[in-house]
Design a protein around this ligand. Structure first.
Ligand code: ZN
Length: 342
């Protein structure tokens, strides 16, 4: 039996109430990327009583994350946890009455249909347009609302996408800007408070949609520069006249795009991600024994870390790996082949 009294401040809140709370409890939400934005939205939504929350992230924790990613602490870093797992452990302590699932995985065109089936709403906590345009295509095709959010430096932006009822991300931005055009927080830094503000906006709009308060949903593009205190809500109504190919003729190029290479440079991270080659699970104990004497190795239930200065290979259970210390995909692949396996 659920202890609904934990939500009494939402029962008396105009806009949610008991009926709204019941709808939140029946909702299933996926947060993609549990970093600066995702850790705040996941925190707010878990405490607000979203019945089923999935936390999806491809990465592990690093010390520079603690400046802005509120769900994590030094102990999680010492334990070398993937973000999704550390976030799940933390949020179960905040609300044990909802279902919280952790997915340590890289969302891409080959797995999105399987991973995002059956959700009522998707929250963007990613840091790249490649994944956002993939989510956009998936949500357009399946008529699922999703909430874009981005924050870099002292600026942030958010936009609610309601497929069939207004412009989508591709209507708004055209085709995906290449990595060379997009600033990242690895290059220009990020003020934690601006990320938290954008994430709070995303969580608020999510609660409105899930509680059935569609009239209250913000339909403008919301922008902020917190440092210079500039807040803007920009009308996007005119975009309805020029819909993108997804909205116009159900064309979803990002869903159909094949993964071009086994190794992809993670922009601004001085790292390369290597995709798994098969469905087999890696046995970390056997791999650690194999590497004994060659490199410093440590592992836990989720990942294995090989330290080979100046490189570092982090390999996940399914064989996917992040090689740090290089942006050269070929070099990363050869390090992977040499130490992890072909
Ligand atoms: Zn569109």
């Amino acid at each position: 039996m659920k202890e609904f009294s934990r939500y009494e401040r939402q029962f008396i809140l105009k806009g949610i109430g008991r009926e709204g709370q019941r709808l939140l409890d029946e909702s299933k939400v996926a947060v993609i990327g549990i970093g600066a934005l995702g850790s705040v939205t996941a925190n707010l939504l878990a405490r607000a009583g979203i019945g089923h929350l999935t936390l999806m992230d491809r990465d592990f924790l690093e010390i520079n994350n603690l400046q802005r990613q509120v769900l994590y602490d030094e102990k999680d870093i010492a334990e070398n946890l993937p973000k999704a797992v550390a976030a799940q452990k933390k949020l179960i302590q905040a609300n044990s009455e909802i279902t919280i699932t952790a997915e340590v995985t890289d969302l891409n065109s080959s797995n999105i249909e399987a991973l995002l089936q059956g959700y009522d709403l998707i929250i963007d906590g990613t840091d790249n347009f490649e994944t956002r345009f993939l989510i956009n295509d998936y949500c357009l095709k399946n008529k699922i609302p999703w909430i874009y959010g981005g924050a870099v430096s002292t600026e942030g932006m958010s936009f609610v996408i309601l497929p069939g009822k207004g412009p989508c991300l591709r209507c708004l931005f055209g085709e995906s800007p290449g990595p060379e055009n997009a600033q990242t927080c690895d290059q220009v830094g990020i003020l934690a408070s601006v990320a938290h503000l954008v994430a709070s906006f995303q969580a608020t709009e999510a609660i409105k949609i899930l509680a059935g308060k569609m009239d209250a949903v913000e339909r403008k593009l919301w922008k902020v520069d917190l440092w210079s205190r500039q807040f803007q809500a920009i009308s996007v109504e005119h975009l309805r006249e020029f819909p993108c190919s997804g909205c116009r003729e159900q064309s979803y190029p990002y869903l159909e795009r094949k993964i071009a290479s086994r190794a992809v440079t993670l922009c601004g991270r001085n790292a390369v991600q290597i995709y798994q080659t098969g469905p087999q699970k890696i046995d970390f104990e056997i791999l650690a024994r194999k590497l004994e004497g060659q490199a410093a190795v440590k592992f836990n239930d989720y990942l294995l870390n090989v330290h080979l200065a100046p490189y570092e290979i982090t390999v996940f259970k399914n064989g996917r790996a992040i090689v740090r210390g290089t942006e050269d995909a070929g070099q990363a692949k050869s390090l992977y082949a040499r130490y992890i396996g072909g």
